[in-house]
Write a protein that binds this ligand. Structure first.
Ligand code: PAF
Length: 278
């Protein structure tokens, strides 16, 4: 496995692969790898002849009051996991390779990035859309894989690629869960042992809403009940629990269109987000 830190080294290697007609898959990460990331790498390896992963904790997607400084970082562990998973090349740039001095460009996607997570974390999706665009321009992959765990992020990236005519196939990888149902996330490290035992209630509650919607119950009432259940189970502030159109993330109105149940809530120091298909 090659590890490169500069865009010029990256381009030298990838242009040789491209000249050989090899399809390039890309898995962007912020490190703190877990089985969820490994499953995205697996998808890329099945679909592409070469897989590139990036390792970059992107300051632009954290608000000043968020956990940029505390975000878990362990590069040697991550590199060992990338190698074990069969990644061909890791791009782990220092911040100047991404945001050189004087950098002032940013990408804003209207609509879909202004609701749900976008209301609670106003700079998040512009930070994500900007870093993903920069990485796509540097890596120039044929396909890129993102987890459904961050479902709205996946929808925003699909819209980014469509609206900016980027010739990149976006593949969603299904959420990987602990046996208790808790969605794997780098931020689960913030949970205490006691909170880890409470946390699976989030997934159970989302599954109950999805079951109710499938059998024709009222989504708003189901979400209201779910909010009470979560609060009784010991969860803190609930940012949202809602049933949305699976593509536009607008309130789910048209019967027959695919729907998704999404929630974000606090448990101790961890902000948990999760979603399930209806
Ligand atoms: O999902 C993540 O880990 C990040 O948001 C991403 C896509 C790597 C961009 O920094």
């Amino acid at each position: 496995m090659k590890i490169v830190r500069t865009c010029s080294e990256l381009r030298a290697l990838t242009s040789a692969w491209r000249q050989d007609g090899l399809r390039i898959g890309f898995v962007p990460t912020m490190g703190a790898l877990h089985a969820g990331h490994l499953s995205l790498i697996d998808i890329s390896r099945q679909q592409a002849a070469r897989t590139i992963a990036s390792l970059f904790v992107n300051p632009a997607q954290f608000a000043p009051n968020e956990d940029f400084a505390a975000y878990p970082r362990d590069e040697s562990r991550d590199m060992a996991m990338f190698a074990q998973a069969g990644v061909d090349l890791v791009y782990a740039p220092p911040v100047e390779q991404i945001y050189p001095q004087g950098h002032a460009a940013s990408i804003t996607i209207g609509g879909i990035s202004e609701i749900l997570e976008g209301e609670i974390r106003p700079q998040f999706f512009s930070g994500v859309a900007s870093i993903v665009t920069i990485l796509f321009n540097q890596v120039q992959p044929d396909l890129a894989v993102f987890g459904e765990k961050d479902y709205q992020q996946l929808c925003v990236i699909r819209k980014l690629v469509r609206d900016l005519h980027m010739p990149i196939e976006i593949i969603g990888g299904e959420t990987i869960r602990e046996t208790c149902g808790l969605a794997m996330s780098s931020r689960n490290k913030y949970l205490t042992d006691c909170e880890r035992r409470q946390a699976p209630a989030l997934y159970r509650t989302l599954c109950e809403i999805a079951r109710g919607v499938r059998t024709g119950e009222n989504p708003d009432q189901l979400c209201e009940l779910a909010a009470n259940t979560l609060s009784e189970t010991g969860f803190g502030k609930l940012d949202y629990v809602t049933v949305r159109d699976a593509v536009t993330l607008r309130p789910h109105a048209e019967p027959g269109r695919p729907a998704r149940v999404l929630a974000a809530t606090w448990l101790g120091k961890a902000r948990l987000i999760d979603n399930v298909a209806v």
